[in-house]
Design a protein around this ligand. Structure first.
Ligand code: ADP
Length: 502
């Protein structure tokens, strides 16, 4: 070998060996990086480039080393033979590097768009999960608000003192609150809800038709006053408002609010009754006064004529009949005047117990009472009351006579006295086990001349006179009755001032 070529030879062979070493080190590091992040396309590219370079380094370096060996050993012709192959391998290695680079450029674009897509997806995912969290929070808040609102309305429904009712269009009960159960006479605490029962049956057919007609025409019914039948057969005055629920699912559902106005109704009736009786009283007292004087004159003249008549004559008998009838008229006029409260009561302090016992004594002596049990129960807390004894006795006797008439041959009459809870009044209750008073007559029995007794048996003045007497004492009188279960007359009288509130 030519000595002048020695440094070049060393550099060529050494450089080739170094190139192979460096190329494989590059492959090794590229492999490491690729393993660390297998999805990173840059490391993939680097690995491919390093592999291509390694191939190129091997091909080129081996080519150069083999070339130098063959030249040194004088086999230039052999080198000339394999030289094109070495060149081809080098070219292939370069093509590979170029191809990898080109391929990388495409892949990079793809990777970039995937990366952008991925970033967009990650952003969208972040936004979505944020929205989702917000939505969950919102749903949770709404659910809590809904539960609170549901709880609030449930409490209103349960605790309302008025009847709240949900029915279908046919009146079949879907839901009813405890106040409604009470009003309908169902056990409020009972577990058996009256769901499925028919509300339409609790009102009269006429009222139910008014309700359904109004709902069909305008979608609601407002403040309809009517009677409600309770489970116990009793009736209560109520005010009903309600309407159709116009939700799609529930278009068949009716909601009602029913207010119990029995107390107000009774007070109204009593006031109307008092007004009516006051005007009848004023009217009848006017007439009674006018008639009283002529009757007195007729009676006086009749008695005068009787004195001068032969007692056995027919004329005397006629005059006696006139006298009897005029006296009867006078007693009616007297009753009317009593009713109109024209004559002032002569009040004294009396023991109501003694007064009642004396009336009972008289009553027992004059009425046929076999088969009738009379019970008394006096409240010892009631002291002496300021009464017109004669007139109160008249009232009690009238009530006892009516009770006797009502029970007939067999039954019970019960008199009780009681101090009213307000501590201001005493109450006397006369009740009987008779047939009771029809609801339609309850407001009429105190009217003068109202009677259900056959002609000749009742004048219809007893209760109206009693009413006048009690009102004249600053008291009140009314009747309570459930037909078929007897009647009760309640008298309330004020206590004298020194006994009040004790
Ligand atoms: P009269 O007794 O002459 O009919 P009242 O004024 O005393 O007149 O009574 C009026 C009406 O009230 C009676 O006709 C009767 O219909 C009714 N009534 C009164 N008390 C009772 C009673 N205890 N039970 C049933 N009805 C009664």
């Amino acid at each position: 070998m030519n000595v002048t070529f020695l440094p070049i030879w060393i550099v060529d062979v050494g450089g080739s060996v170094l190139m192979i070493v460096l190329a494989f080190l590059g492959v090794r590091y590229a492999l490491r990086l690729r393993r660390r992040d297998s999805e990173n396309i840059v490391w993939a590219y680097l690995l491919w480039v390093c592999l291509a370079l390694a191939l190129f380094a091997v091909s080129r370096s081996v080519g150069h080393i083999v070339k130098q060996m063959l030249i040194i050993s004088g086999h230039q012709e052999t080198w000339a033979l394999i030289k094109p192959y070495s060149g081809a391998i080098n070219t292939f290695a370069f093509i590979m590097v170029g191809a990898v680079t080109l391929f990388f450029e495409r892949t990079w674009t793809l990777y970039d768009s995937i990366l952008q897509g991925r970033t967009a997806l990650e952003v969208a995912h972040g936004e979505l999960s944020h929205l989702n969290q917000n939505l969950e929070r919102l749903v949770e808040e709404r659910s809590r608000a809904l539960a609170r609102s549901e709880d609030k309305y449930q409490r209103i429904f349960q605790e309302s003192k008025d009847m709240l009712l949900v029915t279908d269009r046919g009146g079949r009960i879907k839901d009813l609150n405890p106040a409604g159960r009470m009003l309908l006479g169902m056990d409020a605490a009972g577990s058996q809800a009256p769901v499925g029962g028919c509300f339409a049956e609790c009102v009269s057919l006429e009222d139910w038709q008014t309700i359904t007609r109004s709902i069909a025409a305008q979608g609601f019914v407002s403040s309809l006053e009517m009677d409600l039948k309770g489970g116990d057969g009793g009736r209560r005055r109520v005010l009903l408002s309600g309407g159709l629920v116009s939700g799609e699912e529930e278009s068949d559902t009716l909601h009602f609010l029913v207010k119990d106005i029995e107390q107000q109704h009774m007070a109204r009736e009593q006031m109307a009754q008092a007004d009516k009786l006051a005007s009848i009283g004023a009217f009848s007292s006017g007439i009674a006064h006018e008639i009283n004087n002529p009757l007195g004159i007729i009676l006086g003249y009749t008695q005068l004529m009787l004195r001068s008549e032969d007692k056995a004559s027919a004329r005397a008998a006629d005059l006696k009949t006139i006298e009897k009838q005029v006296r009867h008229c006078k007693s009616i006029v007297e009753d009317l005047l009593n009713f109109a409260r024209t004559s002032a009561p002569k009040k004294d302090l009396c023991d109501i117990r003694t007064v009642t016992d004396e009336v009972l004594h008289f009553f027992r002596g004059h009425a046929k009472l076999e088969g009738i049990r009379i019970e008394t129960e006096y409240d010892p807390r009631i002291g002496r009351l300021l009464l017109d004894e004669k007139k109160i006795k008249q009232v009690l006797l009238n009530l006892l006579m009516n009770a006797h008439h009502a029970v007939g041959r067999e039954g019970t009459i019960r008199i009780t006295t009681r101090l009213m809870p307000n501590g201001q009044q005493a109450c006397i209750r006369v009740e009987d086990s008779g047939p009771g008073i029809e609801a339609k007559n309850l407001t009429r029995i105190f009217d003068p001349f109202f009677t259900t007794k056959p002609t000749g048996q009742g004048t219809g003045l007893g209760l109206s006179v009693s009413y006048g007497i009690i009102k004249n004492h600053g008291g009140d009188i009314w009747a309570e009755s459930t037909p078929g279960q007897g009647a009760a007359f309640i008298i309330v009288l004020p206590l004298p001032a020194d006994q009040r509130g004790r």
